[in-house]
Every structure is written in C-alpha cells, then in structure tokens.
Write a protein that binds this ligand. Sequence first.
Ligand SMILES: N[C@@H](CCC(=O)N[C@@H](CS)C(=O)NCC(=O)O)C(=O)O
Length: 195
Amino acid sequence: MLTFYFAPGSSSMAVHIALYEIGMPFDARALSFARKEQLRPDYVALNPEGKVPVLIVDGKPLSEVAACLYYLAKTHPEANLIPTDLAGEAQAISWMSFVAATIHPAGRVGGPENVVKAFGLAERKLGTNDWALGAYSIADIHLFRLYWRYRTHATRHLNPDDYPRLETHFNRMMARPAVQRTLEVETEIGYELPW
Ligand SMILES: N[C@@H](CCC(=O)N[C@@H](CS)C(=O)NCC(=O)O)C(=O)O
C-alpha cells in the first residue's frame, strides 16, 4: 500500500485528489505545519526540502506534485488520468511544469500582481477547453489546487470574475467526488497554511 505524506490545503492536495480518483487504498500521514512536523528528522530524511507531498513508492520517497501525479496516472491507466500517446503525455508534463514553475511560486517571486499575471496566462492557455488537455487529466488536478487556493483561501483573493474559464474549470472540478472527498477529509483535519 502507498504511504502518502500531506498537509491539508497545501500542494499535496493535488496528489490526495488523484489518490481518490484511482480509488486504491493508501496510508495517509498528515503533517502539521503549525507544529513544523515537515521539519522532523524522520520526515527530512524522506524529503530533505521538508516539503509535502511525499509518496513512498517501492520503499523510496517520491516528492514533487508533478512526479507523484505522473506516477499515479501511469500505474493506474484504467483511471484515464493521462493521455496514452506520447504527444499527449508531453502536453500533460508541459501543463504541470507550467503550474509548478510559473503559478506556484508566482506570489513568492513577484507578489500579488505576479499571481494575477500567472493566472491570466493559465486562463489564456485553457482557452475554451473544458479540460486542460481536452479530456480530464492530472494537469487539471494540478491547476485546480492552485486556483482553489488563491480563489478560496489566500489572504488576497483573486477576483473570479477576471477568470471566467478557470471559474468554469473550478466548478467542473468541484463536482468530482474525488475533489469533494479530499476537501471533506482535509477540512476535517484543518488547514494550517499561512493564508
Ligand atoms: N515544487 C514542490 C513544492 C512543494 C511545496 O512547496 N510544498 C509546500 C506546501 S504548498 C510545503 O511543503 N511547505 C512546507 C515548508 O515550506 O515548510 C512540488 O511541486 O511538490
């Protein structure tokens, strides 16, 4: 069984959603950011960066949202979370790289204006597609987690009116049982991010 280290509402939420999408049992280990459990020696031994998520795969820690999502999608093809052709798979990696490298650090790197700019890019990239790659995939899960955070919980909320396509995408994601289950479980534990 996979072991999954996470902190509610953080980046690991994307992996949590994917775990429910594939429907396999997993051993969930919640870390408290308030108690700085991500810096515990036993956790830093798994991820020297002291960040979530980590999945234990074949006895080895796997970090980074994109890598965890990719692993889950590829090991569970029946869940249809990634295209089966190479070009489609590359598009999934392209989207997830954009989310991890441009959207996730936007606030830290350039402040609130940069967050607005990054989501403006995401809005344009999404275009009129229902889903980032045309069909539902791990790229949507990754994108959703960041939009969810800035739309719903960040101290300086985004204005949903500025992002009609991301808003429609958000509503589509919110209708998925895996998203609802993740929100239910993580809300129950409690959010401890510096919103
Ligand atoms: N590039 C990493 C980023 C992971 C990350 O930044 N995780 C944050 C939560 S969103 C974290 O664990 N922070 C703990 C800390 O900074 O102490 C990924 O995509 O997984």
